[in-house]
Ligand binder design. Structure first.
Ligand code: PLP
Length: 415
């Protein structure tokens, strides 16, 4: 077998330019108004090209192409680190957000009776692994309500501090709530956690790519974010961050062959290198246990390239002006909006609900018939535009809503 060091050089075309409010890089997208990035993003042309490039590389060169993908993986760790103000050494690539949560839930050296704060209203990814750890290690779960932070933020932060004062090992929260779009006050929560000797774990899948994240300023110990929503890449990949101090505390309970130092020596450096006692890396990378998703890696590198061109702060402003333009018309037509008054509580998600929230799925089906794509988590009609969405779409959205109001909702089961 050829060594990975003999890989050929890949060819690269000039980088595509992204423009706020332009769908030019999504030429095949058939949904007229795509407002579902909080569920899954359609791939842009550069993402599709990047994925095809990997397949073509392997098709032509087989194993010789492997080195290209290892180098890409290294570059991607750097891109993801820049996105959250971390360094590449503290980033790992894992299969999905759940794997990032499970890594910490499985690797923290829990003590019986340790207390963890979880939130009702969270996506189950950021609950189930902690519940399993609680069952296995005799942990106590302290429940808080995400909605308390939307309705009275100062009071909710005080209630969190009361828990922390009594001694909490870890707080696990999402940066943005998947139902209401509430952006959580991570800076304040992280500051409180560290003041009281607790750790902060953040599921950032509904934030990364659309909401600025800074693991230093937010005092975040662990963060994970999947690739297929606001990062606009294919499914099957997630970033995982552990601060150097936090990674020191982890036991390598998820380690496998790629978690060792010098994991390729036995494949490339001749006989006598096949050993099982090489140290496990004491960083987030211990979670990179085995062979990885090269297609999603290439897609994510390309989509992050576009996000970096635009800048996350500018993307959030763009999306907020879309929300600003859409929200009043929806409220006028009888919808209740979950959007917070303060900018710091806003995200890429604009969630509204009809007077009878049990009709939300029927609303989504009816809007889909008029070319509007949106999500329906827990009774909310979730509109999630991203950088390619244009304010001119709002007219189409309102026209569709008016037609549904005039024609009535369809009957029948959901999609
Ligand atoms: C807040 C949140 N966390 C996690 C996930 C998904 O996790 P995973 O990447 O493991 O599928 C979603 C949506 O699918 C989500 O909205």
């Amino acid at each position: 077998m050829h060594s990975p060091t003999e890989a050929p050089v890949s060819s690269s075309s000039p980088p595509a330019r992204a423009a706020l409010g332009s769908r030019a890089l999504f030429p095949d997208l058939e949904v007229a108004v795509y407002l579902n990035h909080a569920s899954l993003s359609p791939p842009s042309e550069p993402v599709r090209q990047a994925v095809r490039g990997v397949l073509d590389g392997y098709a032509r060169h087989g194993m010789l192409w492997y080195r290209e993908e290892m180098e890409r993986r290294e570059r991607l760790r750097g891109q993801l680190a820049r996105l959250i103000n971390a360094t590449a050494e503290n980033m790992a690539l894992v299969p999905n957000t759940s794997a990032g949560v499970m890594t910490v839930a499985l690797c923290l050296p829990w003590r019986r009776g340790d207390r963890i704060v979880l939130f009702k209203g969270e996506f189950p990814t950021n609950v189930t692994p902690w519940q399993q750890a609680a069952r296995r290690h005799g942990l106590e779960i302290l429940w808080m309500e995400t909605e308390a932070f939307r309705h009275d933020r100062p009071a909710a932060l005080e209630a969190l501090e009361d828990h922390l004062r009594a001694g909490v090992r870890l707080v696990a929260v999402s940066a943005v709530q998947f139902t209401t779009g509430q952006r959580m006050p991570l800076e304040a929560m992280g500051e409180l956690c560290h003041r009281h000797g607790s750790e902060l774990f953040v599921d950032a899948i509904q934030a990364a790519g659309v909401v600025p994240l800074d693991v230093q300023a937010m005092h975040i110990d662990y963060l994970t974010a999947g690739s297929h929503k606001w990062l606009m890449a294919p499914e099957g990949l997630a970033a995982f961050y552990a601060s150097p101090e936090a990674a020191e505390r982890l036991e390598p309970n998820v380690a496998a062959w790629l978690s060792h130092e010098d994991p390729f020596a036995f494949l490339t450096e001749g006989p006598g290198q096949l050993r099982y006692d090489r140290p496990i890396v004491q960083s987030a990378r211990m979670a990179e246990a085995g062979t990885f998703n090269v297609l999603a890696t290439a897609g994510l590198e390309a989509s992050l390239g576009l996000i970096e061109q635009l800048g996350v702060a500018a993307i959030l402003e763009h999306v907020q002006s879309w929300h600003d333009a859409a929200e009043p018309g929806l409220i006028e037509r009888g919808f209740e909006s979950a959007r917070m008054a303060e900018y710091g509580g806003r995200s890429g998600i604009l969630s509204v609900r009809p007077p009878d929230p049990s009709t939300t799925p029927a609303w989504a089906r009816a809007l889909a018939e008029h070319g509007i794509g949106c999500g329906t988590p827990d009774g909310w009609l979730r509109l999630s535009p991203h950088w390619p969405n244009a304010p001119t779409e709002i007219e189409q959205l309102m026209a569709a809503v008016d037609r549904v109001l005039a024609e009535g909702l369809p009957d029948g089961p959901g999609p």
